[in-house]
Design a protein around this ligand. Structure first.
Ligand code: UDP
Length: 559
């Protein structure tokens, strides 16, 4: 509720809050239901219940802006960067407008000529893509999103760009580019060259000339080493992304949005929403079970909600409106996965959890597609459907239906665990989310389970507050403790297996951080990045504990 108050509830011109949380859900439900042709009031009621019960929440811009004049409702955008000052600075301006309205932007900078390359018109030389990324970063810093949050960016540079080595190193120059996630645009050819230990060519995008040849493994070593040091760069696997693109005839996808869950064409946007899995449960004979019926019904209503958002949206520029309405991509994902597992008494690090993850996401995908097909019957297919891979067998309203977003804010509003991530800690201090206020929280599902087992004592509470963990506890039996293993206690293989399980049934991508303990060696990062490609993931991000100073969550150590 504190987060809602700080950033989401409407205020009058003097800054006083003039909305309640239920008022917020009413405002959003009304605006989104207005896109319906029939029974607007009935749909308003359904959408309100979805949100007020925390069964589903749309991405933050929808919660913040729906129903306001010129309300921009999408979280994800990709913008073009062509090799001209006109394009670079047009996109910079568009970035500022999008950030101001709560969206995040991704770009591929690979069309820019490299640093030191000729500029015919002036006789000078180009500063190269990294110089422009730094300008975008500084601009982001100064355009705080709608006065509520800072913008986020994804910067991609392809692995054969001549400036790739500088791009790999750029984040270790102090704490720079903190408004950018950086990813290498990686190809199957490059991954094969790394595996085979062969040479790799760097090519000037302006002339097509090979300007340097290096060992693929040397470049790989640099990537891994910097990712180990700072968390960046991640990888996005462009060939995998394009192999799965539903509209290959429309062109090649070159970038994702900032957190990686939506690969998009240039000028395309996508709106997201997430089901709260920790609520998709029912009690049967004293045990918790997945409520498949509730999951299916919630999925259907949520897809309808998200399709409505495309129609109810205010578009900041006509190119975005055209491109977005041509494909009508939406991204329904999940939050509260770790809390669902804990309530079902299934450890995150188990084959059973992986199997259930696949089953849950398969159900969501299947119902999402059914609903999109039904909406196509009611409202028509998306305009580019005839050139899509769905044509002619499956009419669809939306070119994509599912994305697993990080749910960095909406999972806090719904009071559940992030996305498909394991619990970060049983107890933690949350720093920085509310104007640097520190909050201490103990996971309520953990407390409830301990109470049910008769284990909840002051001693256990002290222990948990001190360590954030129960893995070494003398009071909590091992098999119960295993249900509450935290992110850094989960072996990386299980992090990756969960990402794969959800990716299997997600037509867009899965945003996941493979959290590693501080002592993890570089070789492990290399193995993770390689395995991610072999698993057919669309991207990969790691984070080694303590490797960045601005970490938002910290395991609790109060003494
Ligand atoms: N995003 C952004 N700025 C932020 C957080 C998120 O622009 O500070 C965008 C970004 O495109 C990201 C997407 O919103 O990939 C979804 O992020 P998340 O699920 O964390 O957003 P929430 O809806 O929980 O705020």
């Amino acid at each position: 509720m504190e987060l809602l108050q700080a950033r989401y509830l409407l205020r009058n011109p003097s800054g006083k809050i003039i909305e309640t949380p239920n008022g917020l859900f009413k405002r959003v439900a009304k605006h989104v239901a207005n896109a319906e042709e029939r029974d607007k009031a009935g749909w308003e009621h359904t959408f309100y219940d979805l949100m007020a019960n925390f069964h589903f929440l749309p991405n933050s811009p929808t919660l913040m802006n729906a129903g306001l004049p010129n309300g921009q409702l999408s979280a994800c955008f990709v913008l073009p960067v062509e090799d001209s000052l006109d394009s670079i600075f047009t996109t910079l301006k568009n970035m500022a407008l999008i950030h101001q309205n709560g969206g995040g932007t991704g770009y591929n900078f690979s069309k820019l000529r490299p640093c030191g390359d000729r500029i015919a018109s002036s006789g000078g030389t180009s500063p190269g893509p990294i110089a422009f990324i730094k300008i975008y970063n500084t601009a982001t810093e100064h355009v705080k999103q709608g006065g509520k949050r800072r913008g986020a960016n994804m910067g991609v540079l392809n692995v054969d760009h001549p400036d790739i080595e500088d791009f790999i190193m750029v984040k270790s120059e102090g704490n720079k580019l903190q408004n950018f996630n950086l990813s290498i645009g990686t190809t199957d050819d490059f991954m094969r060259a790394v595996n085979a230990g062969t040479d790799w060519n760097l090519v000037n995008p302006r002339t097509g000339e090979v300007v340097k040849t290096i060992k693929a493994r040397f470049l790989w070593g640099q990537i891994v080493s910097q990712a180990w040091k700072t968390g960046d760069p991640g990888l996005i696997f462009l060939d995998t992304i394009n192999r799965h693109s539903p509209i290959p005839k429309q062109g090649t996808i070159q970038s994702t949005n900032p957190c990686g869950e939506v690969p998009l064409f240039e000028y395309e946007s996508c709106n997201l929403g997430s089901l709260n899995l920790s609520k998709m449960l029912k009690s049967e004979n004293g045990r918790m079970r997945v409520d498949w019926d509730m999951l299916e019904k919630t999925t259907e209503a949520s897809i309808r909600f998200l399709d409505n958002v495309i129609s109810a949206n205010h578009y900041l520029m006509h190119q975005i409106e055209t491109q977005t309405k041509n494909t009508r991509k939406v991204g329904l994902g999940v939050m509260g996965w770790a809390e669902m597992l804990a309530q079902l008494e299934i450890p995150y690090a188990s084959e059973e959890a992986i199997g259930l993850g696949e089953k849950v996401m398969q159900s969501i995908q299947s119902k999402s597609y059914d609903m999109s097909q039904r909406l196509a019957g009611e409202r028509g297919v998306f305009p580019n459907w005839t050139v899509s891979t769905y044509h002619p067998d499956r009419p669809m309203r939306n070119a994509t239906c599912n994305s697993i977003a990080p749910t960095g804010s909406i999972s806090i509003i719904a009071n559940t665990s992030y996305s498909i991530e394991p619990l970060y800690a049983i107890a933690y201090k949350r720093v920085g989310i509310l104007e640097n206020k520190t909050q201490i929280e103990i996971n309520p599902i953990f407390v409830a389970k301990m109470e049910a087992y008769g284990l909840w004592t002051d001693r256990l509470k002290r222990e948990v507050l001190e360590t954030g963990s129960v893995q070494y506890s003398k009071v909590v039996p091992k098999e119960i403790g295993k249900l509450f293993e935290t992110s850094l206690e989960i072996p990386w293989k299980y992090h990756l297996l969960h990402q794969r399980a959800f990716q299997k049934f997600t037509d867009n991508a899965v945003s996941k951080t493979i959290n590693l303990s501080g002592g993890t060696p570089k070789e492990t990062v290399s193995e993770i990045y390689r395995t991610a490609w072999e698993y057919g993931l669309k991207g990969i991000t790691i984070y080694r504990d303590g490797s960045r100073v601005d970490q938002v969550l910290q395991a609790c150590r109060l003494n």
